[in-house]
Design a binder for this molecule. Structure first.
Ligand code: OSB
Ligand code: MG
Length: 370
């Protein structure tokens, strides 16, 4: 496959509700999407990196720099041998930068699958036509504001609620949400690394609330800490930031550092590595679910296809477009009976709406391909 054109669209899309986590607050979705043109098709992919390196060490400008100056030249050097399947090995000399690798591998895969008239879901091994949707609920200033937001999502049909927590916003919000919405609500928490092992006794106070899982309580490089914490709390530990590869997943499972894994394609360098993590977890009987980075429709389409694989047995952060944006750059993903429908068209199965793409694009740059 030969790349004829590579264009980067920098987007700014307002969020309908500011999203506050233990590491910061977002008011606007900032990202770039990559348009990749070959002789046969056009592929699209969305970068998962955020503006600042607070969720992980990656950040938007860095991802774009690495893409332009390191990844693309190495892939172009492959000539006709270039395909999505060889990206991982070709880019192996470049340490880390998985979100940058994800965006180029995904755009190539999209172009290939569109040319082959095959959907992402079919290619990845999806076994479902629709996936149950959960929603990630940010931190609020007050409990009444939190309850209003949770109530809205529950009324809309979301099948599971994830509360963001941090020291000072943990036991009480969980207690009130559990009491207000009852024992049948599927409920989990995400700390984004805000605690240390010294907080084990405090985190054990969440045990009575029958949470599905506690996501990433400790720093990303602390697998042993998570294994030790799991011995001291009953709530299943789930890892997000700590799992950047299939090798990480194998190590975490073997060490007892997690009982559940959040698979985020951008964090792990793409859908092929995401599928390897799925396969390893499934072989160990470890449930997985699909995480997100507040993606617009382009990233969401591929995530929903991944979430349709058989090992994704828990509802993901695969929420409808209107949970994030008043207007998306693709046709919106809509919640139906608590589910999103897996796209069936070629590739990711959705296209940017030209007017919407133009409306949210703040600048466009091209990456030289010859
Ligand atoms: O930790 O899962 C996370 C959003 C941005 C960065 C990290 C996380 C999140 C979310 C929202 O929780 C997931 C989504 O709805 O896309
Ligand atoms: Mg998380």
């Amino acid at each position: 496959m030969k790349i004829r054109d590579l264009t980067v669209h920098h987007l700014r899309i307002p969020l309908v509700v500011p999203f506050r986590t233990s590491f910061g607050t977002s008011h606007v979705k900032e990202t770039f999407v990559l348009r990749l043109e070959t002789d046969d098709a056009v592929g699209w992919a969305e970068c998962g990196a955020e503006e600042d390196p607070l969720y992980s060490s990656e950040y938007l400008e860095g991802a774009e720099w690495v893409l332009r100056h390191q990844l693309v030249p190495r892939l172009l050097a492959l000539g006709d041998g270039l395909s999505a399947g060889v990206v991982r090995d070709a880019l192996e000399p470049v340490k880390g930068h998985r979100m940058a690798k994800h965006v180029i591998e995904t755009a190539l895969l999209d172009a290939e699958l569109r040319a082959a008239d095959m959907s992402f879901g079919r290619y990845l091994g999806a076994t479902k036509t629709r996936v149950p949707s959960g929603v990630s609920v940010g931190i609020f200033d007050t409990i009444p504001e939190l309850l209003d937001n949770v109530r809205r999502y529950v009324d809309q049909g979301y099948q599971r609620i994830k509360l963001k927590i941090e020291p000072g916003w943990d036991i009480e919000p969980v207690r009130v949400v559990r009491e207000t919405f009852g024992d049948d609500l599927l409920l989990q928490v995400d700390a984004n690394t805000a605690y240390t092992l010294r907080d084990a006794r405090h985190l054990a106070k969440l045990d009575p609330f029958d949470l599905l899982l506690m996501e990433q309580p400790l720093p990303e490089d602390d697998l042993l800490g998570h294994a030790e914490l799991q011995k001291r709390i009953a709530t299943p530990v789930c890892l997000d930031e700590s799992i950047e590869s299939a090798r990480d997943a194998a190590a975490a499972i073997t060490l007892g550092a997690c009982q559940v894994i959040n698979i985020k394609p951008s964090r792990v360098g793409g859908y092929l590595e995401a599928r390897r993590i799925h396969d390893i977890a499934e072989a160990h009987g470890v449930p997985v679910w699909c995480g997100g980075m507040l993606e617009c429709g382009l990233g969401r389409a591929a995530n929903v296809a991944l979430a349709a694989l058989p090992g994704f047995v828990l509802p993901g952060d695969t929420s409808a477009s209107d949970r994030y944006f008043a207007e998306d750059i693709t046709a919106p993903f809509v919640l139906e009976d608590g589910h999103l429908t897996v796209p069936t068209g070629p590739g990711i199965g959705v296209d940017p709406i030209p007017e919407a793409l133009a409306a949210f694009t703040v600048s466009t740059t091209s990456i030289p391909v010859s």
